[in-house]
Write a protein that binds this ligand. Structure first.
Ligand SMILES: C[S@@+](CC[C@H](N)C(=O)[O-])C[C@H]1O[C@@H](n2cnc3c(N)ncnc32)[C@H](O)[C@@H]1O
Length: 239
């Protein structure tokens, strides 16, 4: 099959993501992960932990961490979502511990977010929007933003996902994702995504972190539609 070239995939993905979201709740899988795994790996009784949500959208997952008593920060390329997150943060009871900023889609290994030095960095359903080269650089930058011993939590979308099967191969690990009828009012454009293989592929991509836990989820809300989302959940530590 022909491999598509992707000279401007970051711009195309940027345009794809400029939509308004009404989501009000943190991701259920993240909440469960926190209670089953994360809270046993951190000290919740000391000083407030500093957490970054990279790809935070309108901030619901960051707000969950703030709710758990942490100083939460979020960054995203979606300007509308960041505006909404910031507006909601102003009404937050612990307003000063919740901060959001919009960023450019480009990746620089030297990027520093909110002065770095994070205890926890989360990137939930976001790292798949980078080519292999940019994903590696972004992961190194996130590692640089962590304190030694800090936790890195990420999901990696897998090739067992429905959208992988209907996409077309493109350069540098990317696939061209077609417009989905069900989502076309929210996302009326094509975009690019990068799917992981098996567990060893996840560990290889995230080898700048010491692996602690690797899990996976296969979400399917309608067998009739035939859509599923299979993703890996990685929890690691800065070496
Ligand atoms: C599937 S949504 C997940 C949002 C949120 N993490 C959640 O779980 O609800 C993917 C997010 O990644 C963001 N994103 C895509 N490309 C990005 C980039 N280059 N840098 C930062 N964020 C990006 C999108 O704007 C979007 O908010």
């Amino acid at each position: 099959m022909e491999t598509l070239t992707t000279p401007n995939y970051l711009k195309q993905n940027f345009d794809y993501w400029q939509s308004e979201y009404a989501t009000k709740h943190p991701d259920t899988n993240l909440v469960k992960l926190f209670h089953h795994i994360i809270k046993n790996e951190i000290d919740m009784n000391g000083r407030p932990l500093k957490v970054l949500d990279y790809g935070c959208s309108n901030g619901t997952n960051a707000k969950f961490f703030a709710d758990m008593g942490m100083e939460a920060f979020g960054v995203d390329i979606n300007r509308l979502a960041i505006a909404k997150a910031s507006k909601d943060a102003a009404k937050w009871p612990m307003g000063s511990s919740l901060n959001f900023v919009s960023i450019s889609p480009e990746v620089d290994e030297k990027d520093l977010f909110f002065q770095g030095d994070f205890d926890i960095i989360l990137s939930w359903h976001t790292l798949c929007y980078f080519s292999d080269t940019d994903q590696h650089a972004r992961l190194l930058s996130l590692r640089n933003n962590l304190r030694p011993g800090g936790l890195f939590i990420a999901t990696m979308i897998s090739k067992e996902t429905h959208s992988y099967r209907i996409s077309k191969p493109a350069e540098d690990g990317l696939r061209l994702m077609p417009i989905v009828e069900r989502l076309k009012d929210l996302h009326g454009k094509e975009h690019f995504a990068n799917h992981c293989g098996d567990a060893s592929d996840v560990i290889r991509r995230l080898s700048m972190f010491e692996p602690m836990h690797l899990g996976h989820v296969n979400e399917c809300f309608s067998v009739t539609n035939g859509e599923n989302l299979h993703f890996w959940i990685f929890v690691g530590k800065k070496k």
